[in-house]
Design a protein around this ligand. Sequence first.
Ligand code: NAP
Length: 338
Amino acid sequence: MNTERIDQDKIPKKTLSSGEKIPSIGLGTFGSDKYGAAEVAKAVYGAVKFGYRLIDCAQVYQNEAQIGEVLEQLMREKVVKREELFIISKVWNDMHDKVHIACRQSLKDLRLDYLDLYLVHWPFRNYHAPGCDVNYRNPDAKPFSVDEYMETWRQCEELVEKGLVRYIGMSNMTIPKLEAVLPLCRIKPAVLEMELHPSFQQPELFDYAVSHNMLPIGYCPLGSPSRPERDRTKDDVVDMELPAVVNAARAHGVHPAAICLKWAVQRGQVPIPFSVKEHQYKSNLTCITEDPLTEEEMEAIRLEDRNCRLIKGQVFLWNGAKGWEDLWDVDGKITGWD
Ligand SMILES: NC(=O)c1ccc[n+]([C@@H]2O[C@H](COP(=O)([O-])OP(=O)(O)OC[C@H]3O[C@@H](n4cnc5c(N)ncnc54)[C@H](OP(=O)(O)O)[C@@H]3O)[C@@H](O)[C@H]2O)c1
């Protein structure tokens, strides 16, 4: 593939409830553990040059300062204008009571005047701060609470009112938690970022998000094959080896990664695949501009759903949580981890 740059008109768009159109795919940036912040930032530079416009960042990924340098460089070199980018960041769990400080730090690091979208990364507070051992156990960690979540959300609403962020959204929520907080939101979430890949399609939550005007953004769209050991269990399914994915890859003459991404975009979610490898991040964008999956292929992949959650939240299990199920609501009951 020798294309130097993808024509923006060729990239499918998704529409937010405001009517604004955003790219139907973005670049993930959680990978500094494996590759280092400079390498991730270099990929952001190359990816934006190639045609990516949506970048999924977070303060806890510990690379926003390096990404900020390349964003500034890209604008200085007139590769892209600020208003052509859609930059996401997220408030980490240790900053729920200081959202303004967290957001201003992300803006400073990313060298931006505003963020396009700011997410509450996880729906509960804990104090696993960047740089800490992720298995750090803190006696002050607390379960999900509607009141605390709304305190955090109110601060996010103020960020919109102050013009620091254009949209706010939620991540890692469940239907019972959304049912509890949505009626209380003055500014409704524009998106729901959630784990979505062929073996974990979350159809009820996906439909709930769409019917409540939240655009689903799908993380781990390739099944996160390089995720850290702490996020692995022996029962995890390998998405890129699922029969329907492999069969479609053969039929289209592409890598299974391309099938996962075509499926995601055609289903209606915004996948945010991560890669620092030039041939991978380029083909991840190119693939969605060509040769769509057939209805039969879409249906075959739909049937591969195995309810296989990969990011189970093991790193948050402390202070009485009996298992990762405590983080995800069971049988419609909000469990948090209390
Ligand atoms: N909101 C949240 O709580 C949350 C949670 C998790 C992730 N996220 C976001 O979602 C993004 C994506 O998740 P993820 O990085 O865990 O999973 P992913 O995108 O499903 O998988 C990324 C890995 O897939 C491999 N890959 C990428 N493109 C490929 C290609 N074309 N062919 C073959 N392999 C390919 C790469 O492995 P190699 O590195 O080995 O090449 C890469 O590290 C993150 O970076 C982050 O921005 C958000």
